[in-house]
Write a protein of this length. Sequence first.
Length: 252
Amino acid sequence: MPATYSHQGRTYSFDPAAPLDISLPLAPGPDQVNCFWAEPVQFDTIRVGSFVGSVALGGSTNYQRVHVTPHGNGTHTECYGHISPEPAATLNRCLRRFLFVAQLVSVAPRPQPNGDLVVLLADVQPLLEAAGAAPEALVLRTLPNDDAKRRRQYSGTNPTYLEPALAHYLVAQNIQHLLLDLPSVDREEDNGELLAHHAFWQYPAATRTSCTITELIFVPDTVADGLYLLNLQVTSLELDASPSKPVLYQLA
């Protein structure tokens, strides 16, 4: 049965039974997406005395410890605590709403004179303006959208990143949540400047404490550009970032 969601004086309908999961799962082994030299995800079976936490190995239950680096393994969401020393700057404290109207756009990065591939304001702005909506979130799919994004090893490859001017523009458009299929909004090695991070969060002068960046998503080609309801699901970690599961619902 359809449900409704109201945003800026307009009521949209969506089908709660038709979710579009744009997250990449966490799984052990080397054939998983990875960046910033993070160790692969690891699942360890707990053993205590005669107990073994594996039904396959004769235990009564499965009981495992998970080793994960949120910023380097799979889809993750981060808050301004990523670039702040403040103890209170945790995702669990910053993200207090979980449903947002989101615009999905697809854009090809452009090569720069130094060889970098960069997503430019000049390419994203017309797409947002043509959509004619006032979204709270932007979902950015880069082109080409090859399936290798699901398992790419990004470390040391200088992946695509965003032009800082684009981050400033998103702030001006009141985009509170940015989701993209890249390891970072900034260059892999930029001497710690993190210009797009600082611009998007307006840190430290006028910090947008409730805003988030979600990286390493994957939006299949079957999901068309357009307006969606975003359900941004995270774990309740008192940390600057968390593994996350963003889910879209098409709006009508």
